[in-house]
Write a protein that binds this ligand. Structure first.
Ligand code: PEP
Ligand code: MN
Length: 342
């Protein structure tokens, strides 16, 4: 439920509505706006009787929010969320954002080489995992904090913002000290302790869709982060599991288009994990942009044959540059510019 106040409502009127909400056993979330204040109601598991609010001083309307997720829904907030990063790049605005880099940070030489050509080709964020969620415990697990330090140095040298994954709540606090965006991986989409932690850390979050998560579960996971106090969340569709192993996953292009109708949060697409094959990354990435994604996160490696993880899906440097120019072409057709480093 969203209680919309008259533009002439006084602070006492707003407080009066908040008191009624609290007395009903729910939590008020006042949202002062330019024109008028709205007060969101959270904590209810079913519908609330609108009549409780009609007639209270200053109340214009009481609008039910039908979705189980509240704060992430377009019903709750009609303006789209735009996230501004430390380097000035905005995610969720008109401009399309491309994040590029290796699956894992492996060495100084590797990450600096990647950062250099990602920036040169027009990327605005550098990706690279320092803590890796690997299927096998014997596979490369990441460089840990040393990897975060290398990411931060790459940001200093090339001006790119950095995005890197946090695997657990303690790790998230460390990642937040370095990263511009904390990535929550597909395997952790429903790790509610981790979601609550990144909700408190005050760093933008990219929440990947679990490989078998419904769109409702994905949006409810995002709701955890917003409800813990962090509004700067972007979603990431990275492919879902199917019966066919011809591609690593299946890019759910429909989910991208649908999410844009359900939530004000930016939606990013990851064609690398969706396909698992470098020759498919560009066409599938373009389809995601055409479906309404606000940007792409793409794996690329200076020497994919030597990659310690996900080499088969990493674009070669010149393929990454080729992707950038094709994204710019589609962006032009859609009337959207490409985000650039300032
Ligand atoms: C990754 O980005 O390297 C990664 C592990 O992705 P996902 O969580 O989507 O599998
Ligand atoms: Mn990867």
């Amino acid at each position: 439920m969203l209680i919309v106040m008259h533009h002439s409502a006084t602070p006492a009127d707003v407080q009066g509505v908040c008191d009624v909400i609290t007395a009903l056993g729910f939590e008020p979330r006042p949202m002062p706006g330019e024109q008028r204040t709205a007060i969101g109601v959270v904590g209810n598991d079913g519908p609330i009787d609108r009549a409780r609010f009609h007639g209270l001083p200053g109340v214009l309307d009481a609008i039910p929010v039908s979705a189980p997720y509240k704060q992430v829904s377009l019903e709750w907030q009609a303006e789209r969320t735009v996230i501004t990063l430390g380097n000035g790049v905005q995610i969720g605005g008109e401009a399309l954002v491309v994040m590029g880099g290796p699956c894992s940070v492996e060495s100084e030489e590797q990450i600096m080489a990647a950062a250099a050509y990602v920036a040169r080709a027009g990327g605005t964020l550098l990706r690279g995992g320092a803590f890796k969620p690997r299927t096998s415990p014997y596979a490369f697990q990441g460089l840990g904090e040393a990897g975060l330090k290398l990411m931060a140095e790459a940001r200093r040298r090339y001006g790119l913002a950095i995005i890197t994954e946090a695997l657990d709540p303690q790790g998230a606090e460390l990642v937040a000290e370095y990263a511009d965006v904390i990535q929550i991986g597909a395997r952790n989409m429903q790790n509610y302790t981790l979601l609550k932690t990144v909700g408190r850390l005050g760093r933008p979050v990219m929440l990947k869709r679990g490989m078998a998560a419904t769109i409702k579960e994905w949006l409810l996971a995002a709701e955890y982060v917003l409800d813990a106090g962090n509004p700067d969340v972007m979603l990431c569709e990275r492919g879902i599991r199917s019966f066919d192993d011809a591609t690593r996953n299946v890019m759910d292009v429909g989910a991208i288009a649908l999410a844009k109708t359900l939530t004000h949060l930016p939606v990013i697409a990851d064609p690398s994990h969706a396909t698992g094959r470098r020759e498919l990354v560009t066409p599938v990435g373009l389809s995601a942009i055409a479906a309404g994604a606000d940007g792409l996160i793409v794996e690329t490696h200076p020497e994919p044959t030597k990659a310690l993880s996900d080499g088969a899906q990493a674009l070669l440097p010149d393929q990454f540059a080729g992707l950038m120019s094709k994204v710019e072409g589609i962006a032009g057709t859609l009337g959207r510019p490409l985000a650039r480093l300032g």
